[in-house]
Ligand binder design. Structure first.
Ligand SMILES: [Zn+2]
Ligand SMILES: [Zn+2]
Length: 142
């Protein structure tokens, strides 16, 4: 995983056309450091304790970061939002149906499946990236 410095985060915000604020930089830095998507509650809790950022500010910044394409929001059938840094690279993850365990699995390829899908598709010409979630039960919940 790439390591992003504070300067890199600022550059990402500037390139996305967003105003660089202390809070926005903190929210994006938090997500860049995560190994898997985190719930919005976890984010609010951590950012409030560590940085003193209130809930409304976290939500507002999440919205602007998502609109700028820097972060990705997923529901995972949990009924609440999870956020992760948008790397633009394919991602494969296992999601527990019962708890918040979400594990990213690196080093596998589903390129053949993607090619087959494109071949079967009547409407699509090409693909750019993909995100795959496989649902199940983690070792503690099974
Ligand atoms: Zn969840
Ligand atoms: Zn679980």
């Amino acid at each position: 995983m790439a390591i992003y410095s504070k300067e890199d985060i600022i550059t990402l915000l500037q390139e996305a056309g967003l105003r660089v604020t202390h809070h926005r930089t903190s929210v994006l830095s938090f997500l860049v450091k995560q190994r898997a998507p985190v719930t919005v509650y976890e984010m609010i809790d951590s950012l409030r304790k560590k940085e003193g950022i209130d809930q409304a500010t976290v939500y507002r910044n999440l919205t602007s970061l998502q609109e700028a394409g820097l972060i990705k929001r997923s529901d995972f059938n949990h009924g609440h939002a999870h956020y992760e840094f948008e790397t633009g690279r394919p991602s494969h993850q296992l999601v527990c149906n019962n708890c918040e365990t979400i594990e990213k699995i690196d080093g596998i390829s589903i390129d053949d499946t993607v090619k087959k899908m494109l071949k079967k598709s009547k409407k699509f010409k090409r693909t750019t990236t993909h995100s795959m979630e496989i649902y199940g039960l983690c070792k503690s919940c099974a």
